[in-house]
Design a protein around this ligand. Structure first.
Ligand code: SF4
Length: 82
């Protein structure tokens, strides 16, 4: 029974059209002001030692909602993803 319930709520990968493949800092228009909001929103992905950097080896798909929160919360809109 539990297995059946889990299958009902798991979203198959092929239906996941929000899969995030890459996250980066784009300062072509604005600059990172090192506010730390992205690290607060998703410390598993973002670090702000000086300017924002993306942690190496992270599976972005585990943190989609948090990454999107960080993107929305960035005051200078320099976090990009695809
Ligand atoms: S939220 Fe934006 S401006 Fe603030 S540290 Fe992160 S990337 Fe930089």
């Amino acid at each position: 029974m539990l297995k059946r319930v889990k299958l009902m709520f798991d979203k198959p990968k092929y239906l996941n059209n929000m899969a995030i493949k890459r996250v980066w800092l784009d300062e072509s228009e604005n600059e990172c002001i090192s506010c730390g909001a992205c690290e607060t929103a998703c410390p598993q992905v973002f670090e702000v030692p000086d300017k924002m950097v993306i942690k190496a080896g992270v599976d972005f798909n585990q943190y989609e909602a948090e990454i999107l929160d960080a993107v929305d919360g960035c005051p200078t809109e320099v976090i990009k993803y695809e």
